[in-house]
Write a protein that binds this ligand. Structure first.
Ligand code: NAP
Length: 285
């Protein structure tokens, strides 16, 4: 019996009717992948959503871990991302199909353009983004990607894509934690039916020693990580904390049996100072 049975059922609807699990498990390069932890998350913690990227270099291992878990593919939500070095119409289609075969799956539940800047030649960023997005639209129509989205896109990038293409992204995955709350972008996404997904919900660990977070954690008898994950979820933000440690994965999943009071949501909301722990797309044209 999974430790957190509710986890499977907590989802957010996308504009195309699919339901994305609100809590997923992140993976990454730089020591961000553990085979045993993935199998444990799937089989013991009720995790049904895993976030990865071609860039993280663990697609093949992840595919093996999923198979080893014995979980049905149809029960899982797998997000993958296209690296900017593979932007452009033909390169994007090939990269997506290659990623599917690396992971041993026939489709992704969500496929994202990882970053708004192009690393391939042959046009402005805007032109290459549009051309790449057309490839994703086709992969969506063909069923290779059940939903398509973007990551690290700002309002100007989304506005251009709307003018240039036909499918509005289903999701925008962006850095989101108490220190980094892009409220104007969140409102923009909400008004256009784009689900806002937050990455680095623990600010890569930086927010876990924050006095306000620790004070609230003490009040609820929870850990700082649980407070941050719960805060994202209560904001309606899809969240994907990463851990390679079984006990931390379990801890990060145990966030559905308590609720933060409004005053504590406000206190966490007031911690924004604009700090980023990853990359900053502000200057990408
Ligand atoms: N689209 C993008 O551009 C982008 C960028 C960055 C990240 N992401 C995605 O978002 C996921 C999460 O982001 P992230 O890895 O940058 O940051 P994060 O989830 O905020 O933090 C991960 C760090 O916190 C530690 N940690 C996890 N749970 C903990 C707990 N309960 N107590 C104490 N420490 C804990 C992890 O260490 P251990 O592993 O040792 O536990 C790791 O060092 C990534 O895995 C990736 O899937 C996407």
């Amino acid at each position: 019996m999974p430790l957190v049975p509710e986890l499977k059922h907590s989802t957010i609807p996308l504009s195309n009717g699919l339901q994305i699990p609100i809590l997923g498990l992140g993976t990454s390069h730089d020591g961000g992948y553990s085979h045993k932890a993935i199998v444990y998350a799937l089989n013991e913690c009720g995790v049904r959503h895993i976030d990865t990227a071609k860039r993280y270099g663990c697609e093949e291992d992840l595919g093996k871990a999923i198979k080893e878990s014995g979980q049905e593919r149809s029960e899982l939500w797998l997000t993958n991302k296209l690296w900017p070095g593979n932007y452009g119409y033909r390169a994007a289609k090939k990269a997506c199909l290659d990623s599917c075969s690396q992971m041993g799956v026939e489709y992704f539940d969500l496929y994202l353009m990882h970053w708004p800047e192009s690393l391939s030649h042959g046009g402005s960023n805007r032109e290459v983004r549009a051309e790449t997005w057309r490839a994703l639209e086709e992969l969506y129509t063909e069923g290779v990607c059940r939903s398509i989205g973007v990551s690290n896109f700002l309002i100007n990038h989304l506005e251009q894509l709307k003018e240039d293409c036909s499918v509005i992204p289903h999701v925008n995955q962006v850095e989101f934690h108490p220190y980094q709350q892009p409220t104007a972008l969140m409102e923009y996404c909400a008004e256009r039916g784009i689900v806002f997904e937050g990455y680095s919900p623990l600010a890569k660990g930086q927010v876990l020693s924050d006095p306000t977070v620790c004070h609230i954690a003490h009040k609820y008898r929870r850990t700082p990580a649980q407070i941050c994950v719960r805060w994202s979820i209560q904001n309606g933000v899809v969240t994907i904390p990463k851990s390679t440690k079984k006990n931390r994965i379990q801890e990060n999943c145990q966030v559905f049996d308590f609720q933060l009071e409004e005053t504590d949501m406000t206190a966490l909301g007031s911690l924004h100072d604009g700090r980023r722990v990853t990359w900053d797309p502000t200057n990408v044209k």
